[in-house]
Write a protein that binds this ligand. Sequence first.
Ligand SMILES: *[C@@H]1O[C@H](CO)[C@@H](O)[C@H](O)[C@H]1NC(C)=O
Ligand SMILES: *[C@@H]1O[C@H](CO)[C@@H](O)[C@H](O)[C@H]1NC(C)=O
Ligand SMILES: *[C@@H]1O[C@H](CO)[C@@H](O)[C@H](O)[C@H]1NC(C)=O
Ligand SMILES: *[C@@H]1O[C@H](CO)[C@@H](O)[C@H](O)[C@H]1NC(C)=O
Ligand SMILES: *[C@@H]1O[C@H](CO)[C@@H](O)[C@H](O)[C@H]1NC(C)=O
Ligand SMILES: *[C@@H]1O[C@H](CO)[C@@H](O)[C@H](O)[C@H]1NC(C)=O
Ligand SMILES: *[C@@H]1O[C@H](CO)[C@@H](O)[C@H](O)[C@H]1NC(C)=O
Ligand SMILES: *[C@@H]1O[C@H](CO)[C@@H](O)[C@H](O)[C@H]1NC(C)=O
Ligand SMILES: *[C@@H]1O[C@H](CO)[C@@H](O)[C@H](O)[C@H]1NC(C)=O
Ligand SMILES: *[C@@H]1O[C@H](CO)[C@@H](O)[C@H](O)[C@H]1NC(C)=O
Ligand SMILES: *[C@@H]1O[C@H](CO)[C@@H](O)[C@H](O)[C@H]1NC(C)=O
Length: 498
Amino acid sequence: MLKKMDFDEKQSFGFGGNAMIAKVSRFSWSPFLFLITLIALLSFQITTKTIYPMKIAFSSTSKTGVSADARTSCVGFFGELPERKAVMSIREFGGVGDGKTSNTETFRKAIRYLQRFGESGGAQLNVPKGRWVTGSFNLTSNFTLFLEEGAVILGSQDPKEWPIIEPLPSYGRGRERLGGRHISLVHGDGLTNVVITGNNGTIDGQGKMWWELWWNRTLEHTRGHLVELMNSNNILIANLTFCNAPFWTIHPVYCSNVVVKDMTILAPLKAPNTDGIDPDSSTNVCIEDCYIESGDDLVAVKSGWDQYGIKMARPSSNIVVRRVSGTTPTCSGVGIGSEMSGGIFNITIEDLHVWDSAAGVRIKTDNGRGGYIANITISNVTMERVKVPIRFSRGSNDHPDEGWDPKAVPVVKGISIRNVISFNSTKAPVLEGVEDAPFGGICMKNVSLLGVVSSLSWHCEFVSGFADEVFPTPCPQLQSNISSSWCSYSWASSVNLN
Ligand SMILES: *[C@@H]1O[C@H](CO)[C@@H](O)[C@H](O)[C@H]1NC(C)=O
Ligand SMILES: *[C@@H]1O[C@H](CO)[C@@H](O)[C@H](O)[C@H]1NC(C)=O
Ligand SMILES: *[C@@H]1O[C@H](CO)[C@@H](O)[C@H](O)[C@H]1NC(C)=O
Ligand SMILES: *[C@@H]1O[C@H](CO)[C@@H](O)[C@H](O)[C@H]1NC(C)=O
Ligand SMILES: *[C@@H]1O[C@H](CO)[C@@H](O)[C@H](O)[C@H]1NC(C)=O
Ligand SMILES: *[C@@H]1O[C@H](CO)[C@@H](O)[C@H](O)[C@H]1NC(C)=O
Ligand SMILES: *[C@@H]1O[C@H](CO)[C@@H](O)[C@H](O)[C@H]1NC(C)=O
Ligand SMILES: *[C@@H]1O[C@H](CO)[C@@H](O)[C@H](O)[C@H]1NC(C)=O
Ligand SMILES: *[C@@H]1O[C@H](CO)[C@@H](O)[C@H](O)[C@H]1NC(C)=O
Ligand SMILES: *[C@@H]1O[C@H](CO)[C@@H](O)[C@H](O)[C@H]1NC(C)=O
Ligand SMILES: *[C@@H]1O[C@H](CO)[C@@H](O)[C@H](O)[C@H]1NC(C)=O
């Protein structure tokens, strides 16, 4: 059973902390760092109490044996895999898996019915082998959507089956078009304890129609995501294949305690904005063992857009991205931003494998964003044929409306990048900070970028930091004469830099 109290504790702690951070960051950094230390101490006390039972839960449910258990894992982010009292099949509600019949009303009816078990042991909806066409439907709390082997949920080709909902408050409008946005195919708002899993069944958004609307400029409202959960906590998405999302594939926004694990995410490499996984203004998120190939970032951490994101001040924090591999020819393996106005901190990215992509690791911001990106730790990255292995950029002039504040400069501080090997890269890193707010505390150690034409040197502007064992020779901005000791936990001590 879920240790409900544990999550409630974390949840309220998280909110308090975030709100404080958001306020303080507008003034100066030193009280912020003091607070962080305080929070770190507090959270240590909380987690020592809570993690232990979860650890037992996870290893006892794993059937993959010793080798899998020996690896670090999302332990501590989600409770044990919950058993549900009521288990029913979509067939029992009259569903037809013939690839033609619309099951929209059937899914909605099934979940409305199963909702009643939320307070009494939870419910699971099984989707058997077959091709189940459906429009958007909403999940419920204490609920598992289980796709059996050979089960394929197909997104409806009728845009009306993806109704328009309110824009996110941290974006102020749809990401692509003004006003409301199409709801995601699988949606949830204000939920707790939701699992989407199965024996590698598939959710196929059939996004081609939407990409064409985008390409031919006839899209009226922002495209829907494949799966979006808002204001929810305790979420597990595992062991499935998601493909052909109209827009981003998995979008947890204003969520906490989210695990995305053992997923295959596919979209044609040209499909526009088909990001893999985008944690957005969310905290305690663990993404691991995912294979992603798509037309945009494999993973992108975000937190709202310009004045709307600044106002909402909901950071993305405590996020782990581990053992993700894949390719995206025009975008990056892991992106931070460009929407980061609510702040992004304490992000760990490790064991990343990226090939045939435009960038490996990319930090993107813009003037008007405000917010901050801090304490990002990236290690053990392998790249093959990645054009620009490491890229920091600003200024694509991409704003929600004219109301953005030119004085709201983003703060980028404490980025540690170590143990990186890149084969057959074509360019040296491009590190472009913001003129009014240079990126500080950039630490690179044991970074080898092979294949870069030697005449092409690093391009650095408005950045400062430290580099050790880095090839080719980094720009002078990364050669400040300081101890490398802060590199290990860059941000916590980056205050010493100024
Ligand atoms: C995913 O599949 C593996 C292997 O079949 C299994 O051990 C694990 O429990 C599954 N995880 C979930 C969350 O269903
Ligand atoms: C979910 O289950 C928990 C534990 O049984 C219960 O306390 C809670 O009220 C349920 N939530 C909903 C929305 O049904
Ligand atoms: C699903 O939830 C959204 C709000 O999150 C709501 O606007 C929409 O009407 C719901 N759809 C259904 C079919 O209940
Ligand atoms: C799940 O299915 C996808 C698509 O068919 C496949 O590429 C992947 O290897 C499968 N994953 C597992 C664990 O079998
Ligand atoms: C744009 O694409 C949509 C979806 O494929 C199609 O229905 C529509 O006819 C296209 N419009 C134009 C002007 O090409
Ligand atoms: C940073 O995030 C990790 C999870 O990635 C978490 O275990 C740790 O407690 C967080 N640190 C702080 C100071 O909150
Ligand atoms: C900074 O990141 C490191 C490594 O992920 C983590 O252990 C530490 O708790 C983070 N500190 C803060 C203040 O978030
Ligand atoms: C580095 O990452 C790769 C996956 O990209 C993994 O196979 C390897 O074990 C990792 N190495 C270390 C030392 O963790
Ligand atoms: C340097 O990084 C490479 C690539 O990740 C790794 O194989 C190697 O062990 C690292 N060396 C040290 C001394 O950590
Ligand atoms: C790098 O390029 C060389 C020369 O074209 C080729 O032989 C080698 O296989 C490539 N390596 C990778 C990892 O792509
Ligand atoms: C860096 O600091 C060390 C010790 O403080 C000093 O000996 C050395 O000359 C300095 N190097 C540069 C390039 O300033």
